[in-house]
Design a protein around this ligand. Structure first.
Ligand code: SAM
Ligand code: SF4
Length: 449
């Protein structure tokens, strides 16, 4: 057995990719280890979305270099993901201890690259774009790691928001075949997975070909969700991350007619100012976003809404920022992620006039986050007294405690036996804080204990 250590940065797509990297390396005798020091192969799966994320990668590589030297050169260092795609050979130039560089579309080639590297021949770099090849080449079944799992259904992005590197690092938008998604989901369900999260950079742009028996037409994400909900064992379906422009009527209807589709929607809006949304090339107005949320809430009353925000986009005035604050007040978020605008080389926004100072960005971020924290706390507190079904995902921090997640994706802690792991149980919510809920176990469904 050889030791494999994977460090994952960035989005859930990267978390999923790291699991697939682990899967393709298992037949070569690589097994996960807990620390990079004891690994023969270290894969750093990187994120390029903001400058800070990229810098973290270089500092981690510096530490790995020292470990590699201490191991007498035995350790192989591979850099995967979006920094690998964006920086390519520059990465090897800046950190020569790196043995392999592979972009997000090249993971299935990792075994071949390692073999070549061990014979000290050939290329260290694989950053070709071929999503179709990647989807086809990765194993169709995989090992589950607990009762909740990600399933990739779509990759890449054609939206070209002016601030974003994803269309350059992940390539063109591309959907996976429904047959393959079903195979992977069935394999997960047979291993006890109860909840799947369908993943894609633009997941609701999904338009994968349906199975021949269903006519072979391209399906929407709504159709896919309804189909996957029929797979025995799959009780919960989520999807992330979606774009307002692709929030079509069928997907909104699915939120009303598919109970397995969880009442949680992550729909990033980035800004509440139409002027800024236009400069960002988001392709919708704040009013259109409000309308989508109203329709989703009509289809599924009580649904939790999540979002992403960027403050300090070039040209953002106090009035533009206030429009964002007003949108947040109007919508009321269950949770949201907010970032200071980070200028990314090669993106159109990097060339725009009116870059906002760090001090103003800091102040706006603090103001926005204070409001978002308040809303999150209120949303959590509103669950007190309710009975909620919780998917138990593992042991809690204290003895005798278990944790899980609510339909609204909140972390829930309660006292209960370990045998509940992987089950969906009813709990009564008795307490709430910013980041989690506490609960009492009410009843265990038949056969759970
Ligand atoms: N496709 C998704 C969408 O359109 O909403 C988001 C994908 S992106 C990986 C995740 C989040 O990172 C974005 O929603 C945005 O808020 C943030 N982000 C992307 N580029 C950024 C930049 N240059 N500076 C700051 N935040 C950025
Ligand atoms: Fe980036 Fe915009 Fe595509 Fe999201 S939709 S991945 S923010 S370009």
């Amino acid at each position: 057995m050889k030791g494999l250590f994977i460090r994952t940065y960035g989005c859930q797509m990267n978390v999923y990719d790291s699991e697939r990297i682990r899967d393709v390396l298992r037949p070569l005798g690589y097994a996960p280890v807990d620390a990079p020091e004891s690994a023969d192969l270290v894969v750093v799966n990187t994120c390029h979305i903001r400058e800070k994320a990229t810098e973290k990668v270089y500092s981690e590589l510096g530490q790995l270099k020292r470990m590699k030297e201490a191991s007498g050169g035995r350790m192989t260092i591979a850099v995967a993901g979006c920094v690998a795609q964006a920086e390519g050979e520059e990465l090897i130039r800046r950190q020569p201890a790196v043995d392999l560089v592979l972009g997000p579309q090249a993971y299935h080639k990792l075994p071949e690259m390692i073999a070549r590297a061990s014979r000290a021949i050939g290329d260290r770099l694989e950053t070709e774009f071929d999503t179709v090849e990647k989807f086809d080449a990765l194993p169709k079944t995989r090992d589950a790691d607990g009762p909740a799992a990600f399933v990739s259904v779509q990759e890449g992005c054609d939206k070209f928001c002016t601030f974003c590197v994803v269309p350059y690092t992940r390539g063109a938008e591309m959907s996976r075949r429904v047959d393959d998604i079903v195979l992977e989901t069935r394999s997960l369900a047979s291993q006890g997975v109860r909840e799947i999260t369908l993943l894609g950079q633009n997941v609701n742009a999904f338009h994968g070909p349906a199975p021949a028996i269903e006519g072979g037409e391209d399906w929407t994400l709504g159709q896919l969700c309804r189909h996957l909900a029929k797979i025995g064992g799959i009780e919960r379906i989520r999807y992330t991350t979606s774009h307002p422009r692709d929030m079509n009527d069928d997907l909104i209807a699915a939120h009303g007619d598919t109970p397995a589709l969880m009442p949680f929607l992550h729909l990033p809006v980035q800004s509440g100012s139409d002027r800024i949304l236009k400069a960002m090339n988001r392709g919708h107005t704040a009013g259109q976003y409000r309308d989508i949320i109203a329709r989703v809430r009509h289809a599924r009353p009580g649904i939790a809404i999540a979002s992403d925000f960027i403050v300090g986009f070039p040209g953002e005035s106090d009035a533009d920022f206030e429009a964002t604050m007003q949108l947040v007040r109007d919508i009321g978020y269950a949770i949201a992620y907010s970032f200071k605008y980070s200028s990314r080389p090669g993106t159109p926004a990097a060339e725009m006039h009116g870059h906002v100072s760090e001090a103003v960005k800091d102040e706006r971020l603090q103001t926005l986050q204070a409001l978002l924290r308040l809303q999150q706390t209120e949303f959590n507190a509103a669950q007190i007294g309710k009975t909620l079904p919780v998917l138990v995902t593992g042991k809690g921090r204290n003895a005798g405690q278990m944790h899980g997640r609510s339909p609204y994706l909140q972390a829930v802690h309660f006292d209960g036996p370990e045998s509940l792991n992987g089950q969906i149980v009813d709990v009564r919510i008795v307490g709430a804080s910013l980041n989690s809920l506490t609960a009492e176990l009410l009843q265990v469904r038949e056969g759970a204990l």
